[in-house]
Design a protein around this ligand. Structure first.
Ligand code: IPM
Ligand code: MG
Length: 361
């Protein structure tokens, strides 16, 4: 199969981790007889430095022309980088929001599970981590506070900032359907997370989710308030299968969920529209403090490449091969610094990529 993939190396550790994901994909191509065709585009700070904007229309067109997009990370140090002296709509993150919107990537899947090999890195009490957990956060990605009108005005000499949180029923319905669909392939439980005791948008969310649930009689639906969910994630993460939630809550809860797995360096993500097209990126950021040092953990990006093969190309066998190679490398005791524990062998970013590629069978 010929795979057309647009790559966004981005900023910080982005280029290093994308290089390792390509290394693994190339090995998959060799073993399974596929052809990877990569085209790189600039986004974030890398694009600002060259074009003065975080994402050009040409770059969007290139991304659209591919079957899938594989991304590293974007952004720099928000207190020291000159990118953050620019107006907000020209900063690196604006490029990411623009591509999500332009490609209509409304469904963001962020799996979080505890590898038994990394249980020692889990910050939770042993009696909790011993239960293990395997959840998927289905985050709405193109609505809510992120895309509502915002402005800062001065009223009677007082500065006032306004952000608006809106959802219409169609936006809620399409993400809820994605959530229930994926629950059917998992343990058939959806926890819909909202703040319905305060917000109108959450009350509508709850109503629409309940309507959608009627089409999925096999799936158990429960509602949970977001503050309680934040607590339950550290108290009893094993209770969750699919967490279905809006953009901002999903942003926050997915960082929390990733941390309880032991390292944010392990978590992949997929951002999908209504077709097979998707953008795949690690859940973590660009870690500018360790950029270029060959110590970043490339596993989240490599697992994102696996999600890409699964969701955009229906190459389940190949995706399984990547997931198995990652598990094997952990079993064999290799660790990057962020997941290092006693008795293991510490390796750098590039070596980790090579060790995983070698294990593709
Ligand atoms: C994420 C990131 C982004 C978000 C930032 C970089 C805009 O935190 O993908 O979770 O908030 O969506
Ligand atoms: Mg985030």
């Amino acid at each position: 199969m010929d795979l057309r993939i647009t790559c966004i190396p981005g900023d910080g550790i982005g280029p290093e981790i994308v290089a390792e994901a390509k290394k693994v994909l190339d090995k998959v191509a060799e073993v399974y007889g596929h052809k990877m065709n990569y085209t790189d585009i600039l986004m974030g700070g890398a694009s600002i430095d060259v074009h003065g904007v975080p994402l050009t229309d040409e770059a969007i067109a290139t991304a659209k022309a591919a079957d899938a997009v594989l991304m590293g990370s974007i952004g720099g140090n928000t207190t020291t980088s000159p990118w953050y002296k620019l107006p907000p709509n020209l900063r690196p993150e604006a490029g990411l929001l623009k591509i999500r919107k332009a490609l209509n990537l409304f469904a963001n899947l962020r799996p979080a599970y505890l590898y038994s090999e990394l249980a020692g890195a889990c910050p939770l009490k042993e009696e909790i981590s011993a239960q293990g957990f395997d959840m998927l956060i289905m985050r709405e990605l193109t609505g809510g506070l992120y895309f509502g009108d915002r402005k800062t005005i001065e009223e009677n000499g007082v500065l006032k900032a306004i952000d608006t949180l809106t959802y219409d029923e169609n936006e809620i319905r399409r993400i809820a359907i994605k959530g229930f669909d994926i629950a059917m392939k998992r343990r058939k439980k959806v926890t819909s997370v909202d703040k319905a005791n305060v917000l109108d948008s959450s009350r509508l969310w709850r109503k629409v989710v309940e309507e959608v649930a009627k089409d999925y009689p096999e799936v158990t639906l429960e509602h949970m308030l977001v503050d309680n969910c934040a607590m339950q994630l550290v108290k009893d993460p094993a209770q969750f299968d699919v967490i279905l939630t809006e953009n901002m809550f999903g942003d926050i809860l997915s960082d929390e969920a990733s941390m309880v797995t032991g390292s944010i360096g392990m978590l992949s993500s997929a951002s999908l529209n209504d077709t097979k097209f998707g953008l795949y990126e690690p859940s973590h950021g660009s870690a500018p403090d360790i950029a270029g040092m060959d110590i970043a953990n490339p596993i989240a990006t490599i697992l994102s490449a696996s999600m890409m093969l699964r969701y955009s190309f229906d190459l389940d066998k190949e995706a399984d091969a990547i997931d198995a190679a990652v598990k094997k490398v952990l079993q064999d005791g290799f660790r990057t610094g962020d997941i290092m524990s006693e008795g293991c062998t510490k390796v750098g970013c590039s070596q980790m990529g090579s060790l995983i590629a070698e294990r593709i069978a």
